[in-house]
Design a protein around this ligand. Sequence first.
Ligand code: FAD
Length: 390
Amino acid sequence: RESVVIIGAGQGGLQAAISLRQNGFAGAITLIGDEPGLPYQRPPLSKAYLHDGNAEALRLRPDSFFTSKEVDYLPETRVEQIDRAAQEIVIAGASGKRRLGYDHLILATGTRNLRPPIAGVERSCDLRTLRDAEILRARLSQPQRIAVIGGGFIGLEFAAVARKLGHEVSVIEAAPRLMARAVSSWMSDHFAALHRDWGTALHLGEAAVAVQGDGVTLANGTTIPAEFVLLAAGVRPNTELAEAAGLEIENGVKVDACLLSSDPAISALGDCACFPDPRTGRPVRLESVQAATDHARLIAARIAKGESAAYSALPWFWSDQGDRKLQIAGYADPDATEEAVAEGIVARFDAQGLAAVETVNNARVHMKARRLLASGAPVALDDLGEIVAA
Ligand code: FAD
């Protein structure tokens, strides 16, 4: 019986198991994850979960899924080695170490938080796993001064919740603007104004150099007083297993247009995979639910049905900050230009044309932009204005 082993039981790993069965794959599926409990989604960890503490709502599939679909799910089990010559992996769980064979292996190991060289950084908390979010939720129960290191999506989502709950919040960001890697400067400024309105102190263009008992010290010598510090300064892909197995690594596990690694028996997906952007051909690694699930669907169709289609899904992303939903259709490199289309709608262009459209609380235009970008039709700024207005 053919067997697929999936390493990492997060958003993409679980989706691969779901899609394999949906595509009629009748072989054995083993889904291995090092976290406890059933697979869950991460996005609510910096949003609804901090308010409601509802862990059940995070579960992606109930227990019955794994029995009815014959998916052998191994939680709290770590894959320690990939033996490519033998097509086996070495796993370590509660019952010790053992080897497990595979015909096809899917790497869905995600990312882990970056720990920048900041003195005393071990005093700060992370927000990546359900366990992290439980700790943060407990901390949010008493009023306190909170410093967030990192003005990206996760840091800002957390900051908005913490402010709403009445805490004093400061965000420290080394770049001169918020979410600088991912959004236009218009959107950065718009969200900076919103967070300031909500009462959060923003320290932009200021690097944190030390976390002390009484707060965070900046490069300019000032200390931001805080009883509690969240570190949200980016992530790094979990590529060590792949690297030790001799797979090609390039800002993630390097995969081709079919999401195959340099070993044809091994695919990689989601946050840990660096793949050719279908629009530009440039290598990208995206940290989004969309990429993890669409990658998983493509890999599953290839394994189950022998389809060898190139990955072509359109990227999209969202971030909920306070009562604002920022949505991005498409993907733009940081060096893409930006054009205001209308209030709260920004288009990003690169050498190939329209790359992405950013919107705020505007699901209608977001969906239109997704359809437009997916069609691949050339779009000029004027056309976009008309399409948006229609
Ligand atoms: P993950 O879901 O991270 O799963 C990887 C799993 O592999 C982990 O459980 C890890 O522990 C496990 N693993 C790693 N190595 C091993 C090993 N050797 N053995 C066994 N298991 C291993 N995306 C959006 O699109 N919108 C959002 O609003 C959004 N908000 C987010 C908020 C937070 C707080 C976080 C943390 C992420 C958010 N994301 C959001 C990103 C999104 O959750 C990720 O892009 C997505 O989970 C990636 O899926 P994945 O399967 O690649 O990795």
